[in-house]
Design a protein around this ligand. Structure first.
Ligand SMILES: NCc1[nH]cc(CCC(=O)O)c1CC(=O)O
Length: 254
């Protein structure tokens, strides 16, 4: 008897992959403009842009030029932009007060963008590195260790100021424990029930973020300090899975 089994040679996986039509039919993922988030870096001033050497093709813009660029993005159908302000050195402090100043650079940019292009989604970065004198993502103690809960309190204020300015999505990238819950509760209490949260749930301490820190101007202040105290080393995969699992479980109730 000739029983067909799912073993070789009746089953030849390459059969499905031989022709282009077949590969197209079976593709599970399709990348389109709808999948893109465009990061934009903002500087103070008017009619000025700066090339970012570590990110070829990307520039920092003053708000007026940001608006011009945004018009093009709307035209292209990009759904969402992510905003990152470059804070002038004299506005950086140990307690990162500029992060939640209603008239700081990113809050002003959000208001202008929303007024000009209500249909363009605006996401804002929630983290303190552009606002601290030392370039770390949070408030540090005398040993340089980032204090979790004090930092979270400030992140909450920062998130509220972004929501107030009109941000559609708040994107906490700081990696403090418990900050998503704290931000969600604060947004609810303040009536921003439809403000979304997109957390950076898995971040590794790797060179991958180097150009970013250069672009927002926090790399220089970090002076090479690494932030393995808030990000996992790339060698630790299982811990990250555990964290993601607990986040997904919690997400069901947020
Ligand atoms: N906290 C700053 C921040 N906000 C978003 C990113 C990541 C941007 C990217 O995806 O490249 C980073 C870099 C970092 O934490 O080192």
């Amino acid at each position: 008897m000739n029983i067909i089994t799912s073993a070789f040679p009746q089953r030849r996986m390459r059969r499905m992959r031989k022709h282009d039509f077949s590969r197209r039919l079976m593709a599970e993922n399709h990348l389109s403009v709808n999948d893109l988030i465009y990061p934009m870096f903002i500087i103070e001033g008017t009619n000025r842009s700066e090339k970012i050497t570590s990110m070829p093709g990307i520039e920092r813009y003053t708000i007026d030029l940001l608006l011009k660029e945004a018009a093009e993005l709307v035209e292209l159908g990009i759904p969402l932009i992510a905003l990152f302000p470059v804070t002038p050195a004299e506005k950086k402090t140990l307690l990162a007060e500029e992060a939640y100043n209603a008239n700081a650079l990113v809050q002003r940019a959000v208001r202008e963008l929303k007024k000009a292009f209500p249909q363009l989604g605006i996401m804002t970065d929630v983290a303190l590195d552009p606002f601290t004198t030392h370039g770390q993502d949070g408030i540090i103690d005398e040993t340089g260790y980032i204090l979790n809960d004090i930092t979270t309190d400030i992140l909450v204020k920062q998130a509220l100021s972004h929501a107030e300015a009109g941000a559609d999505i708040i994107a906490p990238s700081d990696m403090m424990d418990g900050r998503i819950g704290a931000i969600r509760l604060a947004l609810e209490a303040a009536g921003y029930v439809n403000t979304q949260i997109m957390a950076y749930s898995a971040k590794y301490s790797s060179s991958y973020y180097g150009p970013f820190r250069d672009a927002v101007g926090s790399a220089g202040n970090l002076k090479g300090a690494i932030n393995t105290a808030i990000k996992w080393t790339p060698r630790t995969v299982m811990k990250r899975c555990t964290r993601l699992h607990s986040i997904f479980k919690k997400a069901l109730t947020w």
